[in-house]
Write a protein that binds this ligand. Structure first.
Ligand SMILES: NC(=O)c1ccc[n+]([C@@H]2O[C@H](COP(=O)([O-])OP(=O)(O)OC[C@H]3O[C@@H](n4cnc5c(N)ncnc54)[C@H](OP(=O)(O)O)[C@@H]3O)[C@@H](O)[C@H]2O)c1
Length: 412
C-alpha cells in the first residue's frame, strides 16, 4: 500500500498535536484515504530541546533538508510569524506539495498569493486551523456557499479576549488581573497585544471574509478596537441591564460593499453569543436560504487545532479543496431595507436636549447615559462632534430589566 508522506513545520502546541493525532488516528486516516499517513520530518528552531518524536523521523532546523526528501506530499505548517513561513510554503508548493497552515497572521497577509500559486501548481491549501481553532467554520461556509448567499458573518474569534471578559464579569476582576490569569493558564502570550488589541481577530476576520464573500474590505477601512478600554465597572453596569460585553468580529455585504469591524459590543440574552464564555469561540452565519446558523467550540488548544489541520489533511489528499473561493459573491440587495440600518446603542455623554430626528430615545438616566436607536453613520458623527464618553452597540434585541425602566449606568 502506498504512503502519504507529511512534514510538520513547528513542534509547539499545534505541531505536536498534529504529530500525535497522525499516530493516534492512523486507522481512521488510512480508512478514509486508503493510504497510510506517515510523518517523514519535523522542522524546529532549537535543536537542543528534548522532544518525543520517533527516531525514524527527520528532525531538523534546516528547511532545505525537508525540501530535499525523496517523497513529500503534504506540509503542515504550525510555526509563527509571516517569515520565514511564507517563503517556506511557497517553496513547498513549487515542489508540488499540498500545504496546510494554522498561521493566521501569515495567511491573512499572503493567503491570496499562496492560493494563486497552489492553483498554478495544481495542489491544495488547507487553512481551517487559522480561524476559530477546532470549529470547522471554513468547511461549513464553503458548503453553504454552493448556493446560499451569505449576508453576514459574526464571530467571537479570540479565546483570550473572551476569557478575560468572562473572568472580569464572573469574578469581578480588573482587566490586568484577568489578563495575568490568562497568561498563567497559558491562554495569553507574554506579549498579549495581538489578542487584546484585536489584531488576531482582525486577521481571522479577513480570512473569513474571503471565504464568505470571495473578497475582503480595505484593511484601513476596518474598525479594529480591542478590549483594553472595558472596565469592570462597565461590565457590572451592563450586567444590571441584562447585557454582556463580547469582542465581536462582524463582516457583511450590502450591495457590492463589504463592511467589517472588530470591536467590543453588548449582547442580550437572545443573542447566540450571550452564553459563549471563557476560551470558547463562536461563529454565526446569516444567509438568504438557511437563515442563521451558529457554530461554537474550542477556539484553540493542542487537539482542537490539530483536529482542524487533520481534517484539512484528508481534504487536500482527496484534492477536494476547490478554487471557487476566488470568486466574488454577487451583490446583496435586501428588499425594504434603508440605506443606513438603525441599531441599538448605549451612549454616555449625549443629553436629551440634543435633537435629531434620526435618533429614537429608548431610555435615559440622569447620568447622561442613554439607550438610543440610530445608525452607525450618525454615531460616528456624534463621536466626532459631541462630548461622548463611551458608546457601544447592542447586538440583537433586548428587554430593559431595570424596575424603573431607567438606564443605570451611573457607575461608569
Ligand atoms: N496554539 C493554538 O491553540 C493555536 C490555534 C490556532 C492557530 N495557531 C497558530 O499556529 C501556529 C503555531 O502555534 P503554536 O501555539 O503551536 O506555537 P508554539 O507553541 O510557540 O510553537 C511554535 C513552534 O514553531 C517552531 N518555530 C518557530 N519559528 C520557527 C522557525 N523560524 N523555523 C523553524 N521552527 C520554528 C518552534 O520551534 P522550537 O520548538 O524549536 O522553539 C516551535 O516548535 C501559530 O501561527 C499560531 O498562531 C495556534
Amino acid at each position: 500500500m502506498s504512503v502519504i508522506k507529511v512534514a510538520i513545520l513547528g513542534f509547539g502546541t499545534v505541531g505536536e498535536g498534529v504529530y500525535r493525532t497522525i499516530q493516534s488516528h492512523a486507522q481512521e486516516l488510512e480508512g478514509v484515504l486508503g493510504k497510510r499517513v506517515e510523518v517523514a520530518a519535523v522542522l524546529i528552531r532549537n535543536k537542543h530541546k528534548k522532544r518525543n518524536i520517533n527516531e525514524d523521523v527527520l528532525v531538523t532546523a534546516d528547511f532545505n533538508e525537508i525540501l530535499s526528501l525523496p517523497q513529500l506530499d503534504v506540509i503542515v505548517e504550525a510555526i509563527v510569524n509571516k517569515e520565514p513561513t511564507f517563503t517556506f510554503l511557497k517553496q513547498a508548493i513549487q515542489r508540488g506539495c499540498h500545504i496546510i497552515t494554522a498561521n493566521k497572521e501569515m495567511f491573512a497577509h499572503h493567503g491570496n498569493e499562496l492560493l494563486e500559486l497552489a492553483k498554478h501548481h495544481n495542489v491544495s491549501v488547507g487553512y481551517e486551523a487559522t480561524v476559530a481553532g477546532g470549529i470547522p467554520v471554513i468547511q461549513t461556509l464553503r458548503q453553504l456557499l454552493n448556493v446560499n448567499r451569505v449576508h453576514h458573518v459574526q464571530g467571537i474569534l479570540n479565546g483570550t479576549s473572551n476569557f478575560i471578559l468572562t473572568e472580569m464579569r464572573e469574578k469581578k476582576q480588573s482587566f490586568v488581573d484577568a489578563l495575568s490569569l490568562a497568561q498563567a493558564k497559558g491562554f495569553a502570550e507574554a506579549d498579549p497585544t495581538n489578542d487584546v488589541e484585536g489584531f488576531d481577530a482582525f486577521y481571522k476576520t479577513m480570512i473569513l471574509s474571503r471565504i464568505a464573500f470571495g473578497e475582503e474590505p480595505n484593511w484601513e477601512d476596518v474598525e479594529r478596537e480591542g478590549i483594553t478600554s472595558i472596565t469592570s465597572e462597565l461590565i457590572e453596569a451592563a450586567e444590571r441591564l441584562g447585557l454582556r460585553f463580547k469582542h465581536i468580529a462582524s463582516i457583511s455585504k450590502k450591495g457590492d460593499q463589504i463592511k467589517a469591524s472588530v470591536r467590543p459590543v453588548l449582547v442580550g440574552k437572545s443573542h447566540p453569543f450571550y452564553s459563549i464564555e471563557g476560551v470558547e469561540n463562536a461563529v454565526n452565519v446569516y444567509t438568504d436560504l438557511v437563515g442563521s446558523i451558529t457554530l461554537q467550540g474550542p477556539g484553540a488548544g493542542m487537539f482542537p487545532t490539530a483536529s482542524a489541520a487533520i481534517e484539512d489533511l484528508v481534504y487536500v489528499c482527496q484534492n477536494k479543496l476547490t478554487k471557487k473561493y476566488f470568486t466574488k459573491t454577487p451583490a446583496i440587495h435586501l428588499r425594504d431595507k434603508k440605506e443606513h440600518e438603525d441599531e441599538l446603542w448605549i451612549i454616555q455623554g449625549l443629553t436629551k436636549d440634543y435633537n435629531n430626528p434620526l435618533i429614537t430615545w429608548i431610555t435615559q438616566s440622569s447620568a447622561e447615559t442613554a439607550i438610543i436607536r440610530t445608525n452607525t453613520e450618525l454615531i460616528k458623527q456624534l463621536i466626532s462632534e459631541q462630548n461622548i464618553k463611551c458608546c457601544f452597540q447592542i447586538l440583537g434585541e433586548f428587554e430593559i430589566e431595570s424596575n424603573d425602566k431607567e438606564v443605570t449606568l451611573a457607575a461608569i
